[in-house]
Every structure is written in structure tokens, then in C-alpha cells.
Design a protein around this ligand. Structure first.
Ligand code: PLP
Length: 434
């Protein structure tokens, strides 16, 4: 299958090119040329299939023309080495727990899939030069990508993160690894990190000097596999008899996660409607209200992985809906919450249900609490484990959070990172010296 750019200026790309290049020549985001629907029979029996079986069917619809079936199945099963359970919070609200992977956030799914796909292509390639993965992170992407790629031969990863703006637990997940992972501490905000990465891809000297690729959610190999768990969520809710008017609520920052859900819907997934839950960075929420997209610098919140002022994947959503504001509003509604509302939600949910949310999931839970209509059942994505935000959450709930063992292991390592400024010239000369 070929991939086109949301800017429609760049030539069509193969899957391999789209994965290795990340961003199209015209700075657009790659989109699959076709979205293959899955048959009604698949949805009828979906509650009898395993997560691996469901994900393999979905993966074939996207990647089946490009990757041999047995290889693809292997990649899918290796990627999904952990469960994604739908857990009851109230009678009408369920939590899709996406934090059972190695770095305790949903980004493990996309990062692990992409690392394996890139590994497959770099084994096949005649060009034996090192592939350099550049990734900007507001917290969780860096850890998921660094861990997904750790020790993958032929690949070096540079993680760019905003100094002082990620939690210590997040930071240690990508600064303590060493080997083929280099952490770059940028004196700026997340948007500066993202801008540096985008500029690097556009820079002719750098591209002549080294082979560059991106592992941000703009990469099709990271973002499409996220659709797997929406199908599995539906299957679990169907098994409970709760899938008839299912509302899926996605705490959103760069909008990669919800975008993969929208692809799922286009493939026939019978989700009734979607809610995109924002923190105070409500650019998408404002777009829904006004029809105007007005990016602005991000503000720091306690749901920091959603502190995005110019969500990259908005371009994909526009393209998917033919730039129709009306069509977008038909499928997706929005919500936005201040830090104090998020804190309130964490506290009251724990008191009333015993369920411990993280600050991101709290936005999702609250949007369902406020937004569910008669006859609907909601499921929100619990995008990270609350222990990743231990200090913040404990200060709000005054209840201790146990840190899972796999997270504790990271905290024993030594931080190694290189400080850089937010101007491109400094970043460029650093990379040119490598
Ligand atoms: C990345 C992240 C988000 C936002 O996901 P997008 O795909 O960027 O919209 C939400 N919650 C957590 C915990 C994250 O790490």
C-alpha cells in the first residue's frame, strides 16, 4: 500500500519509505492511501477472539500487502506482550488500562511495533548505515521509544525532552539506559523539542550526513498500531453486553491516539461516538466550538503528556474528514479541564469508586461522567499508570501509590543526558559531530 502526504505535494511513498522517513518531503504527515474495512462477520464474532487474533486482523488490513503474514503476526504478538483490560469503574464507565506494558503507558504499543518494523526493514536493506531515530517527548514517548528500541541493532535513538518539565520517574526511563540511547535535555518546552526534530528532517546537510527517522506519533508505524486496542476494547465491552452505544473517550495531546481510533471507525468499528478530553491546552476543543484552528504555545499542567499547543495529528484528522468541521463534530466532541478540576476528579473518583486514576485518565473519566447521554456506555483510555506521576497524585489524594517493580528498576540507574539549547544551529552542530 502507498502513503500520501496530508500536504498533497510530496510523491506517494511505500510503507518502508513512510516508516524510515517519518515525515513527507513537503512536511506533511503520511496517510494510508486506502483504509480497508473489515467484514461484518469479524465484528459479530470479535468477542470470541483473543487480543492477538484481533490485532493481527487489523494489522493485515493496513500492512498485509507489504509484510509477509508470518512476520507480521510475529511483530504483532511480540509487540502486545501485555494485556489491555477493560476495567469497571462505575456501571456505565470503564477504564481501558493501557499501562501494563514495560514503561507503563500506551505509547509502548506504538513504540514496540515501530521498533520491530524498523528492525525488519533494516535487516532487509542494502544500505548498512546506522538509522538515527529522533524523538521529541513531553514525557512518555521518550521512555516508550527508548525502551522499545534499546539494543536494536543498526539503530541509534536521540530523545529530546524539555528540561524540568517531565517527572523524575519519566526522566529516568530514558536517561539511564545508555547503549544506543542518547538523552538530550533541551532548554525549552515540548514544542521547542518537536520543532528541533522537524527542522532536522528538513535540513539537507544533516540528511546527507546521517540517516534520520522519527519515532513520534507522526510515524505511521507508531500511530496505526494503536488502533488494535480500540477493537479489543470493543470486543471486551461486547462480551459484557455493553457495546451497543459505546462512547470512547481519549485523553489527547498530540492527537495520535484518537486519530488511530478514528481510523478504526473508518474500518467499521461500531463505536457510537468519540470524546477528545483536553487539559488546559484546549486547542482542539476550541476548534470544535469555532471551526478555527488556532495553535498557541503550550501551558504546563499536571497532565503533562498532553501539554501540546499545536497537535501534529490534527492534520490527519482534517484530511480523514475532508476538512469538514461539521463531519468532525458529528463523530467527536470535546472537553477541557483545569488542573484543579483534574485534581478534584482524581480525589472524588478514588473516594467514590476506589479507582485510582492518573491525571490524564482523569480528564477522560470526567468527560464521560459529564458527557454520557441516555443509553450510552463509556470507556476512557487510562493512558498511563498513576505511579508515573506519583508525587502529583499523592499530593492530591494523600494515599500512597505503590510503584510497580518494573518502574522501580529504572530508578536505580544513573542519569546521563546532554544539555542543548532550543535553537536549531546548536542541535545541528551536535548531530553533525556524531
Ligand atoms: C502521550 C500521552 C497522551 C496523549 O496522547 P496523544 O496521542 O499525543 O494525543 C495522553 N496521556 C498520556 C499518559 C500520554 O503519555
Amino acid at each position: 500500500m502507498n502513503y500520501y502526504s496530508t500536504q498533497h505535494q510530496a510523491p506517494l511513498a511505500t510503507l518502508e519509505k513512510a516508516v524510515v522517513k517519518g515525515l513527507a518531503e513537503d512536511r506533511g504527515l503520511y496517510m494510508p492511501e486506502r483504509i480497508n474495512p473489515l467484514p461484518a462477520s469479524f465484528f459479530e464474532e470479535i468477542d470470541k477472539l483473543t487480543f492477538h487474533q484481533i490485532a493481527t486482523r487489523v494489522a493485515e488490513a493496513f500492512f498485509g500487502e507489504d509484510i509477509p503474514a508470518d512476520t507480521l503476526q510475529q511483530i504483532v504478538c511480540d509487540t502486545l506482550s501485555f494485556d489491555v483490560p477493560a476495567v469497571r469503574v462505575t456501571d456505565r464507565i470503564y477504564s481501558l488500562e493501557l499501562f501494563h506494558g514495560p514503561t507503563l503507558a500506551f505509547k509502548d504499543v506504538g513504540a514496540r511495533f515501530m521498533a520491530r518494523l524498523l528492525g525488519y526493514y533494516s535487516n532487509k536493506a542494502h544500505d548498512s548505515r546506522l538509522v538515527n531515530v529522533l524523538v521529541a517527548t513531553s514525557g512518555d514517548t521518550g521512555s516508550a521509544v527508548a525502551n522499545g528500541f534499546l539494543g536494536v541493532e543498526g539503530v541509534h535513538v536521540y530523545v529530546l525532552y524539555p528540561k524540568g518539565k517531565v517527572s523524575p520517574i519519566q526522566e529516568c526511563q530514558f536517561t539511564t539506559l545508555g547503549r544506543n540511547i542518547t538523552a538530550l535535555e533541551v532548554d525549552g518546552v515540548f514544542d521547542d523539542c518537536q520543532a528541533l526534530v522537524k527542522s532536522a528532517f528538513m535540513d539537507a546537510d544533516l540528511n546527507a550526513h546521517m540517516k534520520l527517522t522519527s519515532a513520534n506519533s507522526i510515524n505511521v508505524a507508531r500511530f496505526l498500531p494503536q488502533s488494535f486496542y480500540y477493537f479489543y476494547a470493543y470486543a471486551q465491552m461486547k462480551a459484557l453486553g455493553l457495546a451497543d452505544r459505546l462512547v470512547v473517550c481519549v485523553p489527547s495531546g498530540n492527537f495520535g491516539n484518537i486519530c488511530s481510533a478514528l481510523f478504526g471507525k473508518r474500518m467499521g468499528l461500531p463505536v457510537h461516538r468519540f470524546i477528545a478530553a483536553n487539559n488546559a491546552n484546549d486547542i482542539f476543543y476550541q476548534y470544535l466550538l469555532t471551526g478555527q484552528y488556532s495553535p498557541r504555545p503550550s501551558t504546563q499542567t499536571i497532565a503533562n503528556a498532553m501539554d501540546v499547543g499545536d497537535p501534529s495529528n490534527f492534520a490527519r484528522i482534517l484530511d480523514l474528514y475532508g476538512h469538514s468541521h461539521e463531519a468532525i463534530c458529528n463523530d467527536i466532541s470535546g472537553a477541557t479541564y483545569s488542573d484543579s478540576q483534574i485534581a478534584d476528579t482524581l480525589r472524588t473518583c478514588l473516594q467514590q469508586t476506589g479507582y485510582q486514576l492518573d491525571p490524564h485518565g482523569a480528564c477522560g473519566y470526567r468527560a464521560l461522567q459529564e458527557g454520557l447521554r441516555e443509553g450510552e456506555t463509556g470507556i476512557f483510555l487510562e493512558t498511563a499508570h498513576p505511579a508515573k506521576f506519583k508525587d502529583t497524585v499523592e499530593a492530591i489524594t494523600h494515599q500512597p501509590i505503590t510503584i510497580p517493580e518494573r518502574l522501580q528498576a529504572f530508578m536505580q540507574g544513573t542519569k546521563q543526558s546532554i544539555a542543548i539549547g532550543k535553537d536549531f544551529d546548536g542541535f545541528k552542530s551536535f548531530l553533525m559531530s556524531r
